[in-house]
Design a binder for this molecule. Structure first.
Ligand code: TYM
Length: 385
């Protein structure tokens, strides 16, 4: 049966996502050529994620660029809900964030929402979520963010600083807004109801520390948008700018539909997977192939419904001519799914070998990035530079 129904919320992404409908229902703007050209003006190149519209929508990015052109730099803010291992999907917004950091020479504030995962996941203890904050941070560090410009913090470990702002934000949000935005009910625990105020805080934290309004840009997949819809409503009431956001699509799981979900072990590839595990998962992937190799050679495959092709498109074949060639070979029946899957698993394994080495090295570097309550946040970045 074709799944025509889909869901995009911060806690569930499923079904065959119709991104056009998401754009109109969420009320975000599409990234058009004009805005991509303005990014290029400062970045000197167009990232493949922009060219391919892997990053495809935004709110107020034009404002961020205008401020930047006038010498008013923004800072980046993004995050992770540490409930287990990091998978390849999570890397999509982080790889792009790293590119933005380098190209615009800006700070990154990275939030680990261990509190969120505790409130929303019945199978995780507060201590485990806190521990995952630091394990997951290894994957962030492995992407080579510049420690002089990057701060990683856990909600629990920076709670004193964050709670002061979250309290002010929470007072401006009603329960009915939360129910309507996140679909929470009378039975939701009250941590869940409060939580979005914590996710809003890093969007103003630098402004609070510097005692002036600093523009903030948030790269993320579009499932996180509801948090910042609420934040954008509330923060001006407290005298702050609305944060700008830039949204990506989802790297799908290797089964038929949906985002890569950590809860579906076989459809998600984790950054710590072994070569064998990767091979096995890719070999079981859903493709646009035919019932038999013979038929596929005669009639060709369909890359547009194929999860393997989506991996090429989003992460593993960023060279346009290589991708085009693979696509043509598939459509013309010159390559069948088995071969194509082998190529993908090798590409993923090559990437992961490198990532895993850097992740290992990150254990020694982690302290340079993370902060806790004892640190004086004022001038912190200046001291690191
Ligand atoms: P989390 O841990 O669910 O996801 C971390 C980041 O990865 C994005 N993402 C994906 N991107 C592409 N393909 C996928 N399959 C995929 N799955 C997840 C998410 O959109 C997110 O950007 N509440 C947040 C943590 C958070 C945060 C933030 C995220 C706190 N502050 C600010 C973004 C921006 C969460 O649980 O993310």
């Amino acid at each position: 049966m074709i799944d025509t129904d889909f869901k995009v919320t911060p806690w569930e992404v499923s079904g065959d996502i119709d991104y056009e409908r998401v754009v109109s229902e969420f009320g975000v703007s599409l990234l058009d050529d004009k805005i991509i050209q303005s990014i290029k003006k400062y970045a000197n190149e167009i990232h493949p994620f922009l060219k391919r519209r892997v990053f495809f929508a935004h709110r107020d990015l034009d404002w961020i660029l205008k401020e930047y052109s006038q010498g008013n730099k923004f800072y980046l803010y993004t995050g992770r809900g540490p409930s287990g291992g990091v998978h390849l999907g999570h890397l999509v917004p982080w790889i792009f964030t790293k590119w933005l950091q380098d190209r615009f020479d800006v700070e990154l504030w990275f939030q680990m929402t261990d509190d969120e995962k505790f409130f929303f996941n019945n199978n995780i203890t507060l201590e485990d979520a806190n521990r995952f904050s630091y394990e997951n941070a290894l994957d962030v560090v492995a992407l080579d963010f510049d420690y002089k410009k990057t701060i990683i913090f856990s909600d629990l470990d920076l709670s004193g600083v964050l709670y002061r702002q979250a309290a002010k934000i929470a007072k401006k949000i009603t329960f009915s807004t939360i129910k309507a935005t996140f679909g929470l009910t009378e039975n939701s625990n009250i941590g869940q109801i409060f939580y979005t105020s914590m996710q809003a805080v890093p969007a103003i934290l630098k402004s609070v520390i510097e005692e002036r309004n600093v523009p903030c840009l948030i790269p993320q997949a579009i499932d996180q948008d509801p948090h910042f819809r609420v934040a954008r409503d509330v923060l001006p009431k407290l005298g702050f700018n609305k944060p700008a956001v830039i949204h990506s699509i989802f790297l799908p799981g290797l089964e038929q539909y949906g985002k890569m979900s950590a809860s579906s072990e076989n459809s998600a590839i984790f950054t710590t997977d072994t070569e064998n595990e990767v091979r096995k998962k890719v070999m079981n992937a859903f493709t646009g192939g035919r019932v038999s190799a013979k038929e596929q050679r005669e009639l060709g495959g369909n890359p547009d419904v194929c999860s393997v092709y989506k991996y090429y498109y989003i992460l593993f074949m960023l060279d346009d001519s290589e991708l085009f060639e693979m696509r043509s070979k598939c459509i013309n029946g010159e390559i069948i799914c088995g071969e194509c899957k082998m190529i993908l698993s090798e590409k993923i394994n090559k990437y992961l070998r490198h990532h895993q080495e850097k992740r290992d090295r990150a254990k020694k570097l982690l302290d340079k990035y993370t902060i806790t309550e004892q640190v004086d946040l004022k001038g912190l970045i200046d001291k690191r530079r």
